[in-house]
Write a protein that binds this ligand. Structure first.
Ligand code: DAH
Length: 349
């Protein structure tokens, strides 16, 4: 190829390019010019590929010429591109004017989970009577979950609780009662403690969940009677469910209390008349209780043989889901774990 011909070709490219740059009506359209002329498959690249046809002496000169023209055109392109983009942006801003007085997106506020909500309320009531909160591990040794609570191996009471075993020695705690033992081992009476927390049992239906919550209470002092226990629980029930709610104690058996009693409250749904919730009895069970079995004091080293009556105590344990279901008239324990916001958000404070 001779130089004149190349110059002619460059001229042609330049005039075509200037024309299309001028005529492009949008930045998008203009971008096609960039591809067509300056891209890898573009016209300038094609010209560069022809450099081989020139003599060694001519080549640098011709190469420089092509580059100069390319650069000049690119500048024209860029000016036009910026211009188009600015006017497009302005048009867009004009069209999409922003109304700052419009209300913003609604941010929904989270709420406490009903279990936490009810638990806090229960702790709150009992705290006002001088009880304070303790906690313990979810994985308990056989000693804390059973032995020290006077539930020895092969004792039929172990069958009352369907235990998840971690291994031969450890279990997922089946109740919050082990915290009674931990407290008695570590603290000096007199004491009044509460232990709210998660517990586990291999059991699942509309009223049983494999993971549920309990709250344990323990009071130890020099002179403690069933009347103290009954007074405390009756007061608590009235505070939690309402003044008109009655409490009843039914003789029962727990290895760690003697005597033991199951606690019922009059049904707040039918006011004791009898309904579906209370199985037409007018009463609903809320938990267990009793006077601390002296054996528990022995196991925890609190009382030695020479002075078996030095300390006395009462204990109780309630199911949190159960209390929540009674208070709000719910009939399916699984609702607590379904994460349905329509249900959960009703407990908003
Ligand atoms: N730990 C018992 C259970 O889960 C409930 C219970 C009964 C706790 C009597 C107590 C008590 O503190 O005195 O079935």
């Amino acid at each position: 190829m001779i130089k004149d011909k190349l110059e002619q070709k460059l001229k042609e490219i330049k005039s075509v390019a200037l024309k299309v740059i001028e005529e492009a009506s949008s930045s998008e359209e203009l971008y096609q010019v960039k591809v067509r002329f300056f891209g890898k498959q573009g016209e300038f690249t094609a010209l560069m590929k022809q450099l081989g046809q020139f003599s060694k002496e001519e080549r640098p000169q011709v190469g420089q010429l092509i580059n100069q023209e390319k650069k000049a055109l690119e500048e024209v392109y860029q000016v036009r591109f910026d211009l188009l983009q600015t006017s497009e942006l302005n048009a867009k801003l004009e069209k999409e004017s922003l109304d700052l007085t419009l209300p913003g997106p609604k941010l929904s506020q989270g709420s406490q989970h009903p279990i936490q909500f009810v638990m806090n309320e229960i702790v709150d009531i009992l705290s006002r009577m001088g009880f304070s909160v303790r906690s313990g591990p979810l994985i308990e040794s056989d000693w804390y979950n059973f032995e020290a609570l006077n539930i020895p191996q092969n004792h039929p009471a172990r069958d009352m609780q369907d235990t998840f075993y971690v291994n031969d020695e450890y279990v997922l705690r089946t109740h919050t009662s082990p915290i009674q033992i931990r407290t008695l081992e570590n603290e000096e009476p007199p004491l009044r403690i509460l232990a709210p927390g998660s517990v586990f049992r291999c059991d699942s239906d509309v009223t049983h969940s494999p993971n549920f919550y309990q709250i344990e209470g323990l009071l130890v002092d020099k002179k403690v009677s069933l009347a103290d226990l009954k007074g405390t629980i009756s007061f608590f029930v009235k505070e939690f469910l309402g003044d008109q709610i009655k409490t009843r104690f039914r003789p029962s058996y727990f290895p760690f209390t003697e005597p033991s009693a199951e606690v019922d409250c009059s049904c707040p749904i039918c006011k004791g008349e009898g309904c579906r919730v209370c199985s037409h009895t007018g009463w609903i069970e809320i938990g267990g209780s009793g006077l601390v079995n002296p054996k528990v004091f022995e196991y925890t080293g609190l009382v030695k043989d020479e002075d078996p009556h030095k300390w006395q105590g009462y204990a109780f344990g309630f199911g949190i889901e159960r209390m929540a279901m009674i208070k709000y008239g719910l009939n399916d324990i699984r609702m607590f774990n379904e994460n349905d916001l329509r249900f959960l958000s009703q407990f908003n404070r």
